[in-house]
Design a protein around this ligand. Structure first.
Ligand SMILES: [Zn+2]
Length: 275
């Protein structure tokens, strides 16, 4: 029952995320005007705006003009619903779970905006950093636990919050550093801008939530998954080598794995290289 409510809440938030994905890159308001069909401009009535159900009932078409509705709308809703469910199962009904849910929704929005426009908007990453620095230290176990800097042993005691805040701050600085340095190097060598600044800011945000180890793991997982998909696409000749594949979705995937399985992956990796 309670899981059903969480799933439903996730679906409803997912419906709002679809609006964010469509409107944030256009810099238009995410509140008004209400959603309307992109072809016939008919406002979408509340009973046609029920997550998943309306898409199924309308068979993916606008009620007025029959325009196809993208399958991405129900996909985003379902994805967000399942992520909320996973957060509650993994972290229980805690402040940490709420932050994890917020971060998951942010990842979903960033993934699809980056796929569509090859940008990660500052209006998402800057507030994310503020929350990562200001709120995450109170709740995120990663900032005090196995993904943190381990400052407790080095510094004089400054309270749990002080240590967690410092871990968040180090995560913010170090999280963005690798991609920033790679971008700088690339610019010097090729005299072109390769890495969008959005990726750097995104990684700073992730670092402020997950600590510097979490950020580095995210980059590694993002690079590995991105390479696998990139090489597969090139082998399948589905992709021209000169076209840029956005990195954001892979970083988001890496963040998700780190968020839910970070300490386990690090432990597995350390055991693996010892062999
Ligand atoms: Zn229509």
């Amino acid at each position: 029952m309670i899981f059903g409510i969480v799933l439903l809440f996730g679906l409803i938030v997912g419906s709002f995320l679809n609006v964010c994905i469509a409107r944030i890159p256009l810099e238009s308001s995410i509140i008004s005007p209400p959603s309307h069909c992109p072809r016939c401009n008919t406002p979408i009535r509340w009973y046609d705006n029920i997550p998943l159900a309306s898409f199924a009932i309308l068979r993916g078409r606008c009620r007025t003009c029959g325009q196809r509705i993208s399958w991405r709308y129900p996909l985003v809703e379902l994805l967000n619903g399942l992520l909320f469910l996973w957060a509650i199962i993994e972290f229980g009904f805690t402040g940490e779970a709420i932050l994890v849910m917020a971060l998951c929704s942010t990842l979903v929005v960033i993934t699809f905006i980056d796929l569509d426009h090859q940008i990660i908007p500052d209006v998402i990453t800057y507030p994310g950093m503020v929350i990562g620095l200001g709120v995450a230290p109170f709740f995120m176990s990663s900032l005090a636990g196995p993904l943190s800097f381990g400052l407790g042993t080095v510094l004089p005691p400054m309270g749990q919050y002080g240590t967690a805040f410092l871990n968040a701050f180090i995560g913010l600085v170090l999280g963005g550093a690798p991609l920033y340095l790679i971008g700088l190097l690339w610019e010097k060598l090729r005299k072109v801008e390769a890495m969008g600044g959005g990726d750097v800011k995104y990684m700073s945000m992730v670092g402020s939530f997950l600590g510097w180890k979490g950020a580095f793991l995210t980059i590694m997982l993002g690079a590995v998954s991105g390479s696998i998909v990139g090489i597969t696409l090139i082998l399948l000749k589905k992709h021209q080598a000169d076209k840029v594949i956005p990195f954001g979705p892979f970083l988001a995937f890496g963040t998700l794995l780190t968020l839910f399985r970070g300490p386990e992956i690090i432990a597995w990796y350390l055991g693996f290289i010892r062999l």
